[in-house]
Ligand binder design. Structure first.
Ligand code: AMP
Ligand code: MG
Length: 326
């Protein structure tokens, strides 16, 4: 079975092709970026619309396939920005109408987890999912992927991007902040907000903006301290979830997981606790079509409902019936 996956939850329109034996045949994307920072959902959706056909064509060319060779089309159904999700769904629907290819809608967060499992040796991991809009600690427990901890407000990526925007660094800000943070040396005390198993970034954002305004600290030191603080918060929750669920493997996913300092801290925590840490390669950490296609294959081989064209912008990880994983 060969599946073409379409990712379009937010800033990235990604197209990936993978077969049942995990051969990755194509993985391309076009990302919406801005100088001023932030995502305007309608503007991102418009860009996706403009590039969708060309990206599908290019992915098929990369895979050396014709559209008729595709057995299944998967699209991200949610959670995400409504206008962006709609472009992905409509692209899938058009291919379905024109070529009668079966289609399946999948959950984006679970796709991150399944692709991490597929591409690493992790079998039953805890996922620390750190992306722009989402920040969750997810694990399989009692027949479902359950959320053991999450952000109470912003996703960690959006939080970092908000600070980057304040500093005039554009979108996405995460990689730029990482470079600045590397030059920092002095740790500046910042609010550390873990409430039970959840984290929150709102107060921290205000605090850091005040510190930027006052100009009393070097930006390098402030960004270094910000990374150290928020990553420690995420690691605390992930570590507790690992013990609570009695699991031994940690995987990471989402754009913020590309951050080398976060990867290093994950490695360290796992080494200390004798857990195993797995980190997929960058193209599979960030939003990508391959993970959507891979989850589509998993679901379709277990009698999934096909050709239901709807989007679920607010779908929660634990709402999904994961019949294929049981
Ligand atoms: P996603 O929503 O999973 O595609 O991830 C996008 C988010 O990841 C954006 O908020 C980026 O700023 C953030 N991001 C990407 N690379 C890095 C990095 N090296 N360090 C921190 N954040 C990053
Ligand atoms: Mg994502």
């Amino acid at each position: 079975m060969i599946c073409l996956g379409i990712e379009s939850t937010a800033h990235t329109f990604g197209v990936g092709v993978i077969d049942k034996k995990k051969h990755i045949l194509a993985n391309i994307r076009k990302m919406y970026v801005t100088e001023s920072g932030g995502i305007i959902p309608i503007a991102a959706a418009k860009q996706h619309e403009q590039h969708a056909d060309a990206l599908i064509k290019q992915a098929l060319a990369d895979a050396k396939l014709k559209i008729q060779d595709i057995d299944l089309i998967a699209f991200s159904q949610g959670p995400g920005l409504g206008p962006c999700l709609r472009v992905g769904m409509n692209t899938a629907k058009e291919l379905h109408n024109n070529y009668s290819i079966p289609c399946i809608g999948v959950n984006h967060c679970i796709a991150h987890l399944e692709i991490a499992k597929a591409l690493t040796k992790a079998k039953d991991p805890v996922l620390l999912y750190t992306s722009g809009a989402n920040t969750q600690v997810i694990a399989f427990e009692s027949g479902k992927y359950r959320v053991f901890g999450e952000t109470l407000d912003n996703g960690v990526g959006n939080f970092i991007d908000g600070i980057a925007r304040y500093l005039g660094l554009g979108f996405p800000g995460g990689p730029k902040i990482e470079e600045i943070a590397k030059k920092g040396k002095k740790y500046i005390e910042l609010p550390y907000v873990v409430k039970g198993m959840d984290v929150s970034f709102g107060g921290l954002q205000t605090n850091i903006k005040h510190k930027i305004d006052k100009q009393e600290f070097k930006i390098e030191d402030l960004m270094f301290s910000m990374q150290e603080t928020v990553f420690a918060m995420l690691l605390e929750v992930a570590e507790r979830a690992l013990f609570h669920c009695e699991k031994k493997e940690l995987v990471i996913g989402g754009g913020v997981a590309c951050n080398k300092r976060l990867q290093e801290m994950c490695e360290e925590m796992c080494r200390e606790n004798k857990f195993r840490f797995y980190c997929p390669n960058r193209p599979f950490l960030i939003d990508n079509g391959v993970m959507i296609a891979w989850l589509g294959i998993n679901m379709a081989t277990k009698n999934a409902k096909l050709n239901e064209f709807s989007i679920h912008p607010y779908e929660r990880t634990d709402d999904v019936d994961v019949y294929w994983a049981r």
